[in-house]
Design a protein around this ligand. Structure first.
Ligand code: ZN
Ligand code: MN
Length: 501
């Protein structure tokens, strides 16, 4: 490709652009104690500055000691992400001033990270793809600033050091992601992987934070040159704290950058901030250059030599393996298996209820239950597997129709959502009189309907298919969904064709 500079050239290429995205993901490791001291990490329901000690407050003379469990967790992550663990890695001080950083530096890793050169397979926009992982390193979480008196113009700010020193794992990807949707899929896969490892709890508020780099380049440019085109700088969106937020922030940023490119403007590399409540990114302080951090090796900690240890670690079953097993063991379809294994809690729930009938269970968990939970913004942990088994049994034994089962499920979920104890599915079926109408009852309803709609019956005899659908609909209405539409269809045909005998 020829060299391009100045606005006219890059403007000419705008019709065929591609989006280049790289992510830096911070996850809290779910250890019991902090990274360098014995303070409990279970701070979320407690008052401010109650989980602190001289070490995590950074008082003079205090000495950090590395939490063995945190290193083990980090190694599990590195191994699951197919990384090479360095023979020797090292903690470094990252120096900067900010009120949430009481020591004036963050203990992080710099030129000798824990692990490098990994990858993660994801469902890409055009089939399965590999996202390369540049590096995985450990660092401590800073404290938390609490702004008081209005989000836009706080009157004053409080500092809570309970979070200071919580172990974080930072994972950096190569710029291999090509759309906000792929970014979301990457994060979902990463979350699932970390949860399968038992090192991360995505339900804990603030346990994930993402920085997203994004630029728009002429198609093929990035691959050919290994970097972006001049005048097409990238944006770094800092500190996005939700999975949905990442997709939203990136989508907003694509529109913003495209508009600037269309107007022929140059885009400088800049840091922006995502405002979750408004769904926009805004310009923020210019980012420190790397040299501003004055990185140097942490003198109070010895280097880590843990590559042997990593080799001895045995990983549990990970999402891809479980996906294959669900297809083989339970006969799940590819898509059902993917949905069911995409979240550890869902996978475990499915395995508890699958015995009733693996296929019925797969459909009802992956399609119906997850849809209803999503609609209510509810977690599957609230649903009792034994109740769900009862519902599946009633379906399998043909006690209720699919339609009634959905109704029962909705009633139960609504009860749970309101914080009530929910009733058992069988109780609900009895209370709402949802048990299937017996066949003789069905015949009576069909007779009623055909008498009420002679025109439709005549249309049916004249070969008009929609007349039958209409009659089925009428019967369904009269029975309030307690009959199976397939049964109604069959019986209606029989009665209309042979006079019902
Ligand atoms: Zn402490
Ligand atoms: Mn970091």
């Amino acid at each position: 490709m020829s060299s391009v500079s100045g606005s006219p050239a890059f403007k000419a290429l705008e019709g065929d652009d591609e989006v280049i995205i790289g992510l830096e993901v911070h996850c809290q490791l779910d250890t019991r104690t902090k990274l360098f001291c014995g303070c409990s990490t279970d701070y979320r329901d407690d008052g401010p500055n109650t989980h602190v000690c001289p070490i995590c407050l950074g008082l003079p003379g205090s000495l950090p000691a590395v939490n063995r469990k945190a290193v083990e967790f980090a190694l599990k992550v590195a191994k699951a992400l197919n990384c090479r663990v360095l023979e020797e890695s090292e903690f470094s001080r990252k120096n900067y001033f900010y009120p949430d950083l009481n020591k004036g530096f963050q203990i992080s890793q710099y030129d000798k990270p824990l692990a490098v050169e990994g990858w993660l397979r994801i469902e890409g926009d055009n089939g399965e793809k590999t996202v390369r992982i540049t590096r995985v390193h450990m660092e401590e979480d800073p404290g938390r600033l609490v702004h008081k008196g209005g989000a836009d113009r706080p009157k004053y700010t409080l500092v809570d050091y309970n979070r200071a020193g919580i172990p974080l794992i930072e994972m950096v990807t190569e710029p291999d992601i090509r759309s906000p949707k792929e970014a979301r899929r990457f994060l979902n896969k990463l979350r699932a992987t970390l949860e399968y490892l038992g090192v991360f709890d995505s339900e804990k508020e603030g346990s994930l934070r993402v920085d997203a780099n994004i630029s728009i380049q002429p198609r093929g440019w990035f691959e050919a040159h290994g970097k972006g085109m001049e005048g097409r700088g990238r944006t770094e969106i800092k500190n996005i704290s939700s999975y949905k937020g990442v997709e939203k922030a990136l989508t907003f940023e694509i529109t913003r950058q495209k508009n600037l490119i269309r107007r022929g403007q140059r885009l400088e590399t800049a840091t922006r901030h995502f405002v979750e409540t408004r769904g926009v990114t805004t310009a923020s302080r210019s980012k420190e250059m790397e040299q501003d951090y004055r990185y140097f090796p942490e003198p109070d900690l010895v280097p880590l030599r843990v590559s042997d240890w990593c080799e001895r670690i045995v990983l549990p079953e990970l999402p891809d393996a479980r996906h294959n097993r669900f297809m083989e063991e339970y006969g799940c379809s590819y898509n059902h298996a993917r949905t069911l294994t995409g979240d550890l809690r869902v996978a475990e729930f499915y395995e508890k209820v699958a015995a009733v009938d693996p296929r019925i269970a797969a459909t009802w968990v992956a399609d119906t239950l997850l849809g209803e939970l999503n609609y209510r913004d509810m977690n599957i942990a609230k649903v009792s597997p034994s109740h769900f088994i009862e519902l599946l049994q009633m379906l399998r034994e043909d006690v209720i129709t699919d339609k009634s089962a959905v109704e029962v499920l909705r009633v139960i979920l609504d009860q749970l959502a309101e914080g009530c104890q929910c009733e058992a599915p069988s109780t609900c079926v009895a209370r709402l009189n949802l048990a299937k109408t017996a066949d003789d009852g069905l015949d009576a309803v069909i007779e009623e309907v055909t008498e009420e709609h002679p025109q439709a019956v005549e249309d049916f005899h004249n070969g008009r298919k929609e007349a039958l659908n209409f009659l089925v609909g009428q019967v369904m209405r009269k029975t309030r969904g307690r009959v199976d539409p397939g049964d109604v269809n069959r019986r209606l045909r029989e009665i209309l064709s042979h006079g019902g005998t």
